[in-house]
Design a protein around this ligand. Sequence first.
Ligand code: FAD
Length: 286
Amino acid sequence: MARIADLLARGRTFSFEFFPPKTDYAQLTLGRTIAELESLAPSFVSVTYGAGGSTRARTHAVVEWVRKETHITPMAHLTCTAHSRAEIDEILANYTAAGVENILALGGDPPVGGAEPGPSDYSYALDLVEHIAGSDGFSVGVAAHPEVHPRSTDRANDRRHLAEKLRRADFAITQFFFEADHYFRMLDELSALGVDKPVIPGIMPVTNKNQVRRMAELSGAAFPKWLAERIGDSTDEAEVAKIGIEVATELCSALLAGGAPGLHFFTMNRSTATRDIYERLGLPVS
Ligand code: FAD
């Protein structure tokens, strides 16, 4: 197993993101997906966390399973929302005991349509990063939003807060986006603030247009007109997925050609799109 900071220091990383399944059926699907993606030899995989601790046990279970049952390095997501420092210490101690060395420290989103989250000892992800950086051994990543976080008052403040967070963390992973310029512009803005830590672009292949439109609205990422036009009126899921994979492959090629330190795929717990993009990029698939 490895610290992601060390992996990035050695070269490009290719990584996959999963969410903790809610049902036995979804759990079996995720098990199969991880088995199918293991042959791509990912640098690491990450597992999301329900803000407010709603998936606390399930996130831990998937991360620990990956750590013990596969050869892949896992990273656990962790959010500030509704957590005390004592709870975070307990969660970190459990990950240390399980041999997990990587945490993605996040602000967290309030549950959609759910109850108001309880009080938190942290205001922003930076507070969590500082807490975790104080405990030995973890490599810490943070979130970055190429198109600016939807709650940011303006672009300059967004970049200032991101730069502050990245100075304390080892790396960032971005929210998904569809145009490489958003990513490279953000890197230039960070560089102007004196921050050159690795920022791994997050890739979301469009496999179902309604779902991605909904997620784009929530995350603040624009669903560009040219992409909507390329998909057109097609309601054929297979046709939409084919276009989505072509578009994602073009984006990945542009990002790699421009020097991105890796690619992080939001897999939605399925392997097909990621495997397809890997093959089209000429990355090794066994
Ligand atoms: P923060 O860094 O706290 O930023 C949130 C907002 O506060 C920004 O607008 C920022 O500019 C502003 N801000 C920061 N510091 C200050 C300050 N000192 N004063 C004023 N404003 C400030 N969510 C989940 O719930 N679970 C997950 O597992 C999860 N995984 C994710 C994985 C990736 C790769 C990404 C990109 C996002 C993920 N998210 C997840 C979503 C994330 O939690 C949300 O985008 C959340 O709204 C913000 O998180 P953040 O870490 O950027 O927060």
